[in-house]
Design a protein around this ligand. Structure first.
Ligand code: ZN
Length: 319
């Protein structure tokens, strides 16, 4: 889910995010849904006002609880092998506009987050407000974790980009027990002086909601957050990824938000608000929809997804 990389926040504009739902469950907040839904709606309405997004996206969020508890999901999921270093050396000779360029890839969530809810529930400063460090992410109904999906696609994406001579940095490779926090995920892109940053996710909304969408940063300013310089280039990056992703995967833009454009603007994601580099999130599909889940769990489809994202990035960089 969208997520942000961010914690229990609304992952999608038109529904309460899975992260937020997970958070409510994990935190044992009996009034979670009642309290959080209006909060999510308020945030979305703000985006509508500031971006002028379509009215279709302003409908009230639907409350849908996860089919499986976080505990059940964690128990059903095998632990990941530890990855190696997150930063990878450039393998191929960079040429032309790609020479010397750096791409940071952020695999959403972490497969260990389920076991470290107290740590990931800690609030961090995202400039505009405080938000949880990270979230667990969602799963398919059969227990395939979003965090597994995001890391797999990210590694495939890295391979494609490195073959073109780009320097690629992953924010993590499940080589740490939890996190990183959303503010750290943003900082990694900033400190790498990344020419493009993509945070990889899959959504977790109800059955029948299908398709991909790209989340673009809204113009926000507050504390350490000032996205004015990246709003324009991030939209360019996002539009290029959207069109290429559609081409390589055959997937359609999300049918549940974005008014069919596959593009959504959000102001509540720390990973975007704190970024000083062009950055977008991609929600590759809906893990809770059987048809989308069949795609998301296919290695062949994930390779197509990585190729589409890579083609969008390369086009953005002028390659
Ligand atoms: Zn997510």
């Amino acid at each position: 889910m969208p997520y942000d990389d961010s914690p229990p926040s609304p992952e999608s504009a038109s529904s309460v995010s899975p992260e937020r739902r997970w958070f409510a469950r994990r935190s044992g907040l009996a009034v979670g849904a009642a309290v959080l839904a209006p909060t999510a709606l308020a945030g979305w309405v703000l985006v509508q006002v500031t971006t002028g997004a379509g009215a279709d996206d302003a409908r009230p969020p639907r409350i849908v609880m996860p089919a499986a508890s976080a505990t059940d999901t964690a128990a059903a999921t095998a632990p990941h092998a530890s990855g190696s270093a997150s930063a990878s050396a450039t393998r191929g000779p960079a040429k032309g506009p790609l020479a010397g360029r750096t791409v940071v890839i952020d695999p959403g969530h972490n497969t260990g987050n389920f076991k470290h809810t107290s740590e990931i529930d800690q609030k961090v400063d995202i400039g505009t407000n405080l938000k949880e460090c990270d979230t667990t992410g969602t799963t398919t109904n059969s227990g395939y974790m979003e965090a597994e999906f995001t890391l797999d696609v990210s590694r495939r994406l890295r391979a494609v980009l490195e073959a073109k001579g780009l320097k690629v940095v992953l924010t993590h490779e499940a080589d740490r027990p939890w996190g990183p926090c959303i503010n750290e995920r943003a900082r990694i892109g900033n400190e790498a002086a990344a020419d493009a940053v993509v945070s990889v996710h899959a959504d977790g909304v109800s059955e029948g909601n299908r398709g991909y969408h790209i989340i673009l940063p809204a113009k926000v300013k507050g504390g350490a957050a000032d996205t004015a310089p990246i709003v324009g280039p991030s939209r360019d990056l996002g539009e290029r990824i959207a069109s290429n992703f559609a081409r390589t995967t055959g997937s359609a833009p999300a049918n549940y938000l974005g008014s069919g454009t596959g593009l959504v603007v959000r102001d509540d994601l720390g990973g975007l608000n704190l970024s000083t580099r062009p950055k977008v999130f991609i929600e590759c599909g809906n893990m809770r929809d059987a048809k989308d889940a069949a795609l998301l769990t296919s290695p062949e489809w994930r390779q197509k997804a990585a190729q589409g994202i890579a083609d969008g990035i390369v086009g953005f960089l002028g390659g």
